[in-house]
Design a protein around this ligand. Sequence first.
Ligand SMILES: *Cc1c(COP(=O)(O)O)cnc(C)c1O
Length: 423
Amino acid sequence: MATSEELHKRRVEAVARGVGSTIPAYVDRAGGGTITDVDGREWIDFAAGIAVTNVGNSAPRVVEAVRAQVERFTHTCFMVAPYESYVAVCEQLNALTPGGFEKRSALFNSGAEAVENAVKIARHATGRPAVVVFDHAYHGRTNLTMALTAKNMPYKHRFGPFAGEVYRVPMSYPLRDGGLDGATAAARSIEMIEKQVGAENVAALLIEPIQGEGGFVVPAQGFLPALREWATAAGVVFVADEIQTGFCRTGDWFACEHEGVQPDLITLAKGIAGGLPLAAVTGRADLMDAVHVGGLGGTYGGNPIACAAALASMETMRELDLAAAARRIGAVMGERLRVIAAGDPRVAEVRGRGAMLAMEIVVPGTLTPDPAATAAISAACHAAGLLTLTCGTYGNVLRFLPPLVISDDELGRGLDILAAAFG
Ligand SMILES: *Cc1c(COP(=O)(O)O)cnc(C)c1O
């Protein structure tokens, strides 16, 4: 077998430079809480393929379901000749997502595609053009979702012009907004919407209940409920982007549940299908069914193999109670992170929920972001056998997203490596 070094040489000659990788190691196999490269080196996995393999890599039920499906048929296109598993995934999403009202779902391939479709549905249903998004938001890399995403480098730089009718308002970011309470932070954002956009022009308010790429920013308590309440009164479709937070990651099935917020539409992807590409928009039947027949879809959306994997993943989450597992991981990890933070003035804050935790790294005694120190700590983890990711508008957040099936031993060893990386 080729070595990681050999594969990396081939990659440089074959793969576009614009597609980056966190580590220059080429995977041979992965499962539980580890990834092993072709040279036999092992990393403890605190990335889960960016919050995707919540049920673990090659989870037994997923493998079995995919194998059975691939032998029956691989693709007919749901828009041409439909099949049961697509319907079953929609039924489950309608039942699992917050809100006791009647719901419908539609399936797509990627998170960005789900977000684009949520905007299409909200615009169609309301007849309004504007979409309101937040500072530090991340919603994808397609043209519309680049416009919805906040950060220029690397997501938007020289990729414009961008889609119009997108308006950005402040996020509740307790560390960096002077600790505004949720209601005050929401009032500030709402005033900006009303003065600069006009509520009657707004189709959708789109928000990540805990921001992902933007830095694992957890809004102050009350922020999301206040926005939800305003959206209801203003006839604005409240869209929760739970692509990173969904499927047990934060210790609930969905992060909105933590404050009892019921979105009109919810976008889902990442953790939905144990690593197979699948995404969804789930929401109020009146909004979803407003769109004419044929207005939504795509060749591969709700591919039967991905649907089989999703059904097996959701069953695994229920059977192993992975929401409880996420809370347990969060308790163990949070305690260790706070010990590290107490001994290192570069850590401004430990935050997150469940198995979605982060540390924001600054110049000691200030709130000045320190992306260089963040990158150095992350590199030290990689060298010592722990796969970590960074994020944040300022590139100064270490984020931790282990598979929810990680063993106590793997979790402990990963945290030991992290503690050592802080020196
Ligand atoms: C990853 C992500 C997306 C985009 O999903 P893709 O599958 O990469 O297109 C959108 N929103 C959030 C919150 C994400 O974390």
